[in-house]
Write a protein that binds this ligand. Structure first.
Ligand code: ZN
Length: 182
């Protein structure tokens, strides 16, 4: 599992390994815990033969510099397909990542930009059919409006093994209702 590290105002900062989380605990930098799930880490043995045990929370807020995380997540197919829940945004069917393509809603050949709000997940068949046309010209309708992921959505996109309490935390801050589930 990965631990979601927040800053003191509760903004996601990073997914970290349990070992890195343990360092924050050891240095007394953990301000509060929000996760419900716990991970037990076993440490060294003392001279009475007792092994140290550390209980990590799945979400921890740590002391340190507050990063604004204002920048956009870079657009790549892995995140784009996950944003669209592996559904073709035209026919609505679910596909494996290898069967999906990045569609430019306003085609690139006509000045459409390669940005989150001009791209949609499409199966090869729909993408081929649409070709260098707008959805209107091709008589096709998008099943959802493409959006730029906010910081919480970005952390969702970055980790494919999110625990349910981490998902609940991130999901509270999603910008729209999504069909996303962990
Ligand atoms: Zn399709």
């Amino acid at each position: 599992m990965f631990v979601l590290r927040l800053n003191k105002s509760g903004m996601p900062q990073a997914w970290i390994t349990p070992e890195d989380a343990a360092k924050h605990y050891a240095q007394g930098r953990v301000l509060f815990e929000l996760g419900e799930s716990k991970k037990i880490l076993h440490g060294g043995w003392n001279n009475q033969g007792v092994q140290s045990v550390l209980e990590l929370s799945s979400i921890i807020a740590c002391e340190g510099k507050v990063t604004a995380m204002g920048g956009e997540i870079s657009l790549c197919n892995r995140y784009l397909f996950r944003r669209d829940n592996y559904l073709c945004m035209y026919c609505g069917q679910k596909f494996k990542p290898s069967q999906l393509t990045r569609d430019h809603i306003m085609p690139r050949s006509r000045g459409g930009k390669d940005i989150w709000t001009n791209t949609a997940t499409a199966c090869s068949r729909c993408n081929c059919h649409k070709a260098a046309r707008t959805p209107e010209e091709a008589g096709m309708t998008l099943i959802a409006i493409p959006f730029v992921p906010n910081v919480y959505e970005r952390f969702y996109l970055m980790n494919r093994r999110i625990l349910s309490d981490q998902m609940a935390f991130l999901g509270n801050h999603f910008s729209q209702n999504r069909s996303w589930c962990a």
